[in-house]
Design a protein around this ligand. Structure first.
Ligand code: SAH
Length: 215
C-alpha cells in the first residue's frame, strides 16, 4: 500500500503500543494460550485493517492477527482496533516471508489474503503472496483442517493463485469470479470497496489443506 509521508507517525505508533506487538517471536506457538480464543486467524497484508477489525468484532471467540509491513497502513489498522475496544486482535509489523518465526507448525486455523499485490511482471511472480514458496510456509503453519481464504480484483493474479494452490496440494472450494453476485457472507476490505465502486468483479476462493502436499 503506497503511503504519503506521515510526520507524526512515531507518536501514533507509540500510542498503539500493545496493539502492535513489539516482539512477535515471543508468541510463536503460544498465541491462544497467551491471548485466549477458540481459533487463530491471520490476515497477511492487512492494510488499513477494516476487514480484520470488523471480522474480529463479529467473532469475539476467535483471536485475529494482522501482519502488514507498511507502517503507515499498520498504524491506521491498530488505531481502528483500539477505537473499537477490541481485545481479540493484534498487529505485527513484519514481512510474510518470516512467517515461521511467528507461527508454529499447525498453529493457524485460517489465513486471509485480501487484495494482495499483483506483481504483474513475470520476474516478480516469486513475490506474490500466493507463490508456491509462500503457500508452502502457510501449509506448515496451518492446522490439518486449516484453510486460506483469498479475495482479489486481479484476474491474472487469481488464475496464477489457483494454479499455485493446486500445485502445492491445496483443495479448492467455493471458487467464484463474482463474489458480490453470490450470497457468501462478506466483509469488505478497503481495496474491495474501491474496486467495487469502479464496477469490478471480485474473485474469491477457499484453499483447504489436505494430506497430500506435493511440493
Ligand atoms: N488487505 C488490504 C490491503 C491490500 S494491499 C485491503 O484489501 O484493503 C496489499 C497489502 O499487503 C499492502 O498494504 C502491503 O504493504 C501488504 N504486503 C505486501 N506484501 C507483504 C508481505 N510480504 N508481508 C506483509 N505485508 C505485505
Amino acid at each position: 500500500m503506497r503511503m504519503r509521508k506521515k510526520p507524526n507517525l512515531p507518536k501514533r505508533l507509540e500510542r498503539c503500543a500493545g496493539m502492535i506487538l513489539e516482539e512477535p517471536t515471543a508468541y510463536c506457538g503460544k498465541w491462544l494460550s497467551t491471548f485466549g480464543g477458540s481459533q487463530l486467524h491471520l490476515e497477511i497484508g492487512a492494510g488499513k485493517g477494516k476487514f480484520l477489525v470488523e471480522t474480529a468484532k463479529e467473532n469475539p471467540d476467535i483471536f485475529f492477527v494482522g501482519i502488514e509491513r507498511e507502517e503507515g497502513a499498520l498504524v491506521v489498522a491498530a488505531e481502528k482496533a483500539i477505537a473499537a475496544g477490541l481485545s481479540n486482535i493484534r498487529f505485527l509489523d513484519v514481512d510474510a516471508v518470516n512467517l515461521p518465526d511467528f507461527f508454529a507448525t499447525g498453529e493457524l486455523d485460517r489465513i486471509y489474503l485480501n487484495f494482495s499485490d499483483p506483481w504483474p511482471k513475470k520476474k516478480q511472480w516469486k513475490r506474490r503472496l500466493t507463490y508456491r514458496s509462500f503457500l508452502s510456509l502457510y501449509w506448515d503453519a496451518l492446522k490439518a483442517d486449516g484453510a486460506i481464504f483469498q479475495k482479489t480484483d486481479n484476474q491474472k493474479l487469481f488464475e496464477f493463485s489457483l494454479n499455485e494452490f493446486s500445485e502445492v496440494g491445496y483443495r479448492l472450494k467455493n471458487i467464484t469470479f463474482d463474489l458480490h453476485a453470490t450470497d457468501t457472507p462478506n466483509i469488505m476490505t478497503e481495496y474491495e470497496t474501491r474496486f467495487t465502486e469502479l464496477g469490478m468483479p471480485i474473485y474469491r476462493t477457499e484453499a483447504y489443506k489436505q494430506e497430500t502436499k506435493r511440493t
